[in-house]
Design a protein around this ligand. Structure first.
Ligand code: UN1
Length: 500
């Protein structure tokens, strides 16, 4: 399919893709696929005001009815899966299967949120006073701002959108400047669902704003946006988090990761190799959950590196639309230059680099193709401790599990982690209070590709936010504790006496 056929199949018209100032490039071949009109900064106050108006209505719609809207969104996404998946591939360069997987992740969270819409459970709490009842209720909180990154251009939005909507909140979405088209197409699915849903979905319930950081900053700065969920770099989060807090808003941050795998002597090495390769080179190393550090026991290091080098040597790098390709292009030339610069730094610190070579043959011209790199490091240097959004896997060795866990935790980020071992003691130690300090810790599974049912997010410079499953919905609601006195007395708590 041609680029324009993919765009039109996803419902984007030639008129809306032309004439604007935001140039969108395809990582496949660097082609300019759109010139989009950006949201005017001056329009942001009215966008936010519309969301506030929508909130006044939406919060009164019963949650299971709100769930019905998300159920319809799931239906629209199912219908549009192939077209949206192809657009993800065109706009951010994911291989076909991962483009489709991203849409599936949206469908999954819709299903989750529909069930959730009947389970926004509060607690009843035993009161210390006779004739009193205490309860905790969860209420809608207000417009939720969603700032999303290019690497999961629609799935991460849907985690936030599906939860925010069933929780009774309008949403305003600012996608990455690198992936506004997938956002437009996905948003259109929601608009279709809203049109089918009926009048109790207020105007302004969901809005999409297109543009650069200043558009995002308008959401970050507005007191009328009580929850701001932002996914992206730690640098971005360090700007967004304090600003939202300073105006007493609630940030939900999902920032950098520097995810490791510990490979213990008892590990099933063939399984480990498959997990390593998928998580280190899948999505061309551009997931926040991508595997970036391999901490291997000394006794098996040579064997594992040999197996990995063999696996890396046969990896098909190329056009992501081709079904045989496993490694597509990086998002742009700057990302490839950053990867090369980082490999040079690693060499300077004693690293031995395998791969990391730009590819220009048998790939579409104009894309940033490069072979994934495996880097044997003498120790965990500063370069290793920094996140590079590219397929670089640093390999280091350890002797004792304690040392491995210490190395795993000794980075600024705390998103995802894993251990490959068949030893129960090692596995449980890794998952214990003295084990991995990350938001996600797996055993015999790589660090990426989490299911939507669990809470997603991490500690330290990853930002501390939780999205997606489990009770992450609580981040999108306000909690109210209520005490009802149905007695004829007025006893005070803590035995305080105040008789008048
Ligand atoms: C991200 O890279 O921002 O666990 C999200 C995963 C995906 C989500 C990644 N389900 O790899």
């Amino acid at each position: 399919m041609t680029h324009s056929a993919i765009l039109s199949a996803a419902g984007l018209t030639k008129t809306e893709l032309a004439g604007g100032s935001l140039v969108v490039l395809s990582p496949i071949d660097g082609a300019e696929i759109a010139h989009l009109t950006e949201t005017a900064l001056a329009d942001m106050p009215s966008v936010i005001a519309r969301a506030q108006q929508a909130f006044a209505l939406w919060r009164t719609v019963p949650a299971p009815r709100r769930g019905e809207l998300v159920r319809m969104l799931g239906e629209e996404l199912r219908k549009a899966k192939a077209e949206l998946g192809a657009l993800v591939t065109l706009e951010v360069g994911k291989i076909t299967s991962e483009g489709l997987g991203e849409v599936q992740e949206m469908i999954d969270i819709c299903d989750f949120a529909v069930g959730l819409s009947r389970q926004l459970y509060g607690l009843t709490i035993a009161s210390e006073r006779p004739g009193h009842r205490m309860a905790e209720t969860w209420h809608p909180i207000g417009p939720v701002g969603i700032i999303s990154a290019f690497n999961f251009p629609v799935a991460v939005w849907s985690w936030n959108a599906a939860l925010a909507l069933v929780c009774g909140n309008p949403i305003i979405w600012k996608p990455s400047e690198k992936s506004p088209l997938t956002a437009m197409a996905a948003h259109r699915c929601l608009e279709r669902a809203i049109a089918r849903f009926g009048d109790d979905a207020p105007e302004g319930l969901s809005q999409l704003v297109i543009g650069g950081p200043e558009i995002g900053a308008a959401l970050v700065d507005s007191k009328a946006v009580p929850v701001l969920s932002a996914t992206g770099s730690t640098r971005m989060g360090a700007f967004v988090g304090p600003k939202v807090l300073a105006r007493w808003g609630r940030p939900i941050l999902e920032l950098g990761g520097n995810n490791a795998m510990i490979v213990a002597p008892s590990a099933d090495l063939d399984m480990a190799v498959r997990a390593i390769v998928f998580s280190a080179v899948g999505t061309a190393g551009q997931r926040c959950t991508s595997l970036r550090r391999l901490i291997v026991h000394r006794d098996i290091r040579a064997t594992l590196v040999e197996k990995l080098r063999a696996a890396y040597a046969s990896l098909p790098v190329g056009d992501p639309r081709n079904g045989a390709t496993l490694v597509g292009p990086l998002v742009d030339g700057a990302a490839r230059a950053a990867m090369i610069a980082q490999l040079d730094r690693a060499r300077g610190e004693g690293g031995v680099v395998h791969g990391g070579t730009p590819v220009s043959e048998n790939v579409p011209q104009g894309g940033a193709y490069i072979t994934p790199a495996l880097v044997e490091m003498p120790r965990q240097t500063e370069t290793v401790r920094a996140e590079t959004f590219a397929p670089i896997l640093y390999v280091m060795e350890y002797e004792t599990l304690e040392e491995a866990i210490e190395m795993q935790n000794d980075v600024p980020q705390g998103l995802s982690s894993c251990i490959f071992t068949l030893n129960l003691r090692e596995a449980e130690t890794f998952l214990s209070a003295a084990g991995s300090d990350c938001g996600i810790a797996n055993v015999n599974i790589g660090p990426s590709g989490a299911e939507i049912g669990g809470a997603f997010g991490g500690e330290k410079e990853t930002g501390g936010g939780r999205e997606s499953g489990s009770d992450a919905w609580k981040g999108y609601m306000r909690r109210q504790t209520s005490t009802v006195n149905y007695s004829a007395e007025l006893p005070l708590a803590q035995g305080v006496r105040f008789d008048i």
